[in-house]
Write a protein that binds this ligand. Structure first.
Ligand code: RP5
Length: 165
């Protein structure tokens, strides 16, 4: 049987999937069980609220929410749960994610959303950040994150060697 998901990844539309897949890929790399679905704050508010309200009972510990344009998805979810919520502004629409960034990062005091960068880098970092939070009480996961950082050091050193004149 597959392990129970501890991270919930939500996106406002299936058009967000190429970006949000970055979060899923990094969680998969760390062996963190996750679930992923589409739910919109404005198109399917009842489904989104139900998801957020039931998440903790279902064993979810952190929610990653990605959306473009108005991007109130993360804030909407944060209003319905006390689980930590990470928002990923998606570079959709004519403003290329700046609108989503501002609405994700500018939560009024009291109900936080941890805002990541716009687009794929933000989705990847949301996955890493979720893993880092979970690693506070999981030594084996903490070890995997340290190895991942070491991997990055090696990659940059290799890149430096490659361009050395
Ligand atoms: C948002 O509107 C979604 O998160 C998506 O980024 C954007 C466009 O959605 P679609 O029109 O592609 O379904 O709600």
């Amino acid at each position: 049987m597959a392990e129970k998901a501890v991270v919930g990844i939500l996106m406002g539309s299936d058009s967000d999937l190429p970006v949000m897949q970055e979060a899923a890929d990094i969680l998969k790399k760390f062996g963190v069980p996750y679930e992923m679905t589409v739910s919109s704050a404005h198109r399917t508010p009842a489904r989104t609220a139900k998801y957020a309200r039931s998440a903790a009972q279902r064993g979810i510990k952190i929610i990653i929410a990605g959306a473009g344009s108005a991007a109130h998805l993360a804030g909407f979810i944060a209003a319905e749960t006390t689980l930590p919520v990470i928002g990923v502004p998606i570079d959709a629409g004519p403003l290329k994610g700046l609108d989503a960034l501002l609405s994700t990062v500018q939560m009024p005091g009291g109900v936080p959303v941890a805002a990541m960068a716009i687009g794929k880098a933000g989705a990847k970092n949301a996955g890493v950040f979720a893993a880092e939070v979970l690693a506070l009480s999981d030594e084996s996961l903490a070890g995997k994150i340290k190895d991942y950082r070491k991997e990055m050091v090696k990659q940059v050193e290799q890149k430096a060697r490659n361009i050395k004149g």
